[in-house]
Design a protein around this ligand. Structure first.
Ligand code: AMP
Length: 396
C-alpha cells in the first residue's frame, strides 16, 4: 500500500492547490485525439473543487524544448476540461507559465475555481528541475498535489522541485490507483503471476526482465525482442530485429529462469515475411528462418502455447505488443493475447504505451482491470525503481 499522503488526507478549503496532472494528450490540428488522460484526471480535480480548494492545474504537453510553441499550448485542454467538468477552467495564457497573466488569474480565484497554467515545458528549467522555476510554481499555492503518474518517473520542477518549497503535498487519486495496481501486482500478487513482455528491444527491458524474474511464476516473451532470445537458442532468425550485443544476455536470462523455477516462454513459431510491409506475402515458420526472412508476429502455435500458460493466471502484467500490431496483417498474435486476457478471471494490468494503445485500438480496454496512463513510469515501476515524483510527496 502506498504510504504517501493522498487528497483524502489534506484540507484544501480556501487554499490554493497546485495540482500537477498529466495532460500530455495527442493533438492533431489543435484537436485532442485521445482524451484518456483528461478523463483519468477528473476524479482528483472534482475532489479538490468539492472540498473548496482553489485549483491551479499544470502539466507539460509534448516537447517544446523550453520555448513557447503555439501548437503545444494547453489551451485546447482547458476548453475540453471545461466541458468534461461542467465548469469553467480558466486558461492562463502565459509564455513564461508563471507570468503576469497567470499571477492575475490565480489572484482572482474563489473557492472551487479552476485555472490551468500554460505548458510547463515552455520553460527550459522544467526538465532540469531548476530552482527558480520550482520556486515560481510553488509561490502560487499552499498545497501541492501530484496526480501525473505518466511523468512520475521524471524529477522535474513541476513534479519534484516544487515540493521543496511547498510544505503540504499529496498524491491524487490517479497516482494512488496506478501505484496500488502496479504495486500489488508486483509485490503482493495473487498467483499464478504471469508477465508478458513484448515490443521491439531487449535492451530497453533488461531491468524489467531481471526484476520480474524475481517475482513471477511465468514470463512470456513476444514481439521483436523474442528473436534475440531465439537466436540465443541457436535458431536462425534471418534478418529479424536482433540485438547481437544481447544474445548472450538472453541465454543467461533463460538459464536463470530455469534455475529459479520460473517458466520463461519464447515463441515456437513466427509469422515471417521478406519485406517489412503489411501486404508482403507471409508464412508461418516453425524451424529456422531463411536468411532473407524476418519475423513480424508470433505464430499460431505460440499464441496457443501462451493462451495455455495464461489460462489459470490470477495476476497478469503486460507490456509490449507481440508483433508489428500497427500493420493489421501482423496484429493477430497481439489480438489473441488481448482476447485471452479479456476473458480471464484475474487482475489484468496493461503497462501503458504501445500495449495500452493496442488493447484500446482492439476494443478490449474495458475488459482489463487496469490500463496504466504512463508507459515509461509503469516500466520504471516494474523495474523496481522508486518514482521520484512519488518519493517527493509527504509520507502519511
Ligand atoms: P516498445 O516501444 O519497445 O514497446 O516496442 C513497440 C514496437 O515494437 C511497436 O511499434 C511494434 O511494431 C514493434 N514490434 C513488435 N514486434 C516486432 C517485430 N517482430 N519486428 C519489429 N518490430 C516489432
Amino acid at each position: 500500500m502506498l504510504n504517501k499522503k493522498t487528497v483524502d488526507d489534506i484540507n484544501v478549503k480556501g487554499q490554493k492547490v497546485l495540482c500537477r496532472c498529466d495532460f500530455n494528450v495527442p493533438l492533431k490540428e489543435g484537436k485532442i485525439t485521445d482524451e484518456t488522460r483528461l478523463v483519468a484526471a477528473l476524479p482528483t480535480i472534482k475532489k479538490l473543487v468539492a472540498d473548496g480548494g482553489q485549483v491551479i492545474l499544470c502539466s507539460h504537453l509534448g516537447k517544446p524544448k523550453g520555448e513557447p510553441k503555439p501548437e503545444l499550448s494547453l489551451a485546447p485542454v482547458a476548453v475540453r476540461l471545461s466541458e468534461l467538468l461542467g465548469q469553467e477552467v480558466k486558461f492562463a495564457a502565459d509564455a513564461t507559465v508563471v507570468g503576469e497573466n497567470a499571477k492575475a488569474a490565480v489572484a482572482a480565484m474563489n473557492d472551487g475555481d479552476i485555472v490551468l497554467l500554460e505548458n510547463t515545458r515552455y520553460r527550459a528549467e522544467e526538465t532540469k528541475n531548476g530552482e527558480a522555476f520550482s520556486k515560481e510554481l510553488a509561490s502560487l499555492a499552499e498545497v501541492f498535489v501530484n496526480d501525473a503518474f505518466g511523468t512520475a518517473h521524471r524529477a522535474h520542477c513541476s513534479t519534484v522541485g516544487v515540493t521543496d518549497y511547498i510544505k503540504t503535498s499529496a498524491v491524487g487519486y490517479l497516482m494512488q490507483k496506478e501505484i496500488d495496481f502496479l504495486g500489488n501486482a508486483v509485490n503482493n500478487p495473487n498467483r499464478p503471476f504471469v508477465a508478458i513482455l513484448g515490443g521491439s528491444k531487449v535492451s530497453s527491458k533488461i531491468s524489467v526482465i531481471e526484476n520480474l524474474l524475481e517475482k513471477v511464476d511465468t514470463l512470456i516473451i513476444g514481439g521483436g525482442m523474442a528473436y534475440t532470445f531465439q537466436k540465443s537458442q541457436g535458431k536462425n532468425v534471418g534478418k529479424s530485429l536482433v540485438e547481437d550485443d544481447y544474445v548472450d544476455y538472453a541465454a543467461k536470462m533463460l538459464k536463470k529462469a530455469e534455475e529459479k523455477g520460473v517458466k520463461m516462454l519464447i515463441p515456437v513459431d513466427d509469422v515471417v515475411v521478406k519485406e517489412f510491409n503489411n501486404d508482403a506475402p507471409s508464412r508461418v515458420c516453425e524451424g529456422g528462418m531463411a536468411d532473407d526472412e524476418m519475423g513480424v508476429d508470433i505464430g499460431p502455435k505460440t499464441a496457443a502455447l501462451y493462451a495455455e500458460a495464461l489460462k489459470d493466471a490470477k495476476t497478469v502484467v503486460w507490456n509490449g505488443p507481440m508483433g508489428v500490431f500497427e500493420m493489421p496483417n501482423f496484429a493477430k498474435g497481439t489480438v489473441e493475447v488481448a482476447k485471452v486476457l479479456a476473458d480471464l478471471d484475474a487482475t489484468t494490468i496493461i503497462g501503458g504505451g504501445d500495449s495500452a494503445a493496442a488493447v484500446n485500438q482492439l476494443g478490449f480496454g474495458d475488459k482489463m482491470s487496469h490500463i496504466s496512463t504512463g508507459g515509461g513510469a509503469s516500466m520504471e515501476f516494474l523495474e523496481g525503481k522508486e518514482l521520484p515524483g512519488v518519493a517527493a510527496i509527504n509520507d502519511k
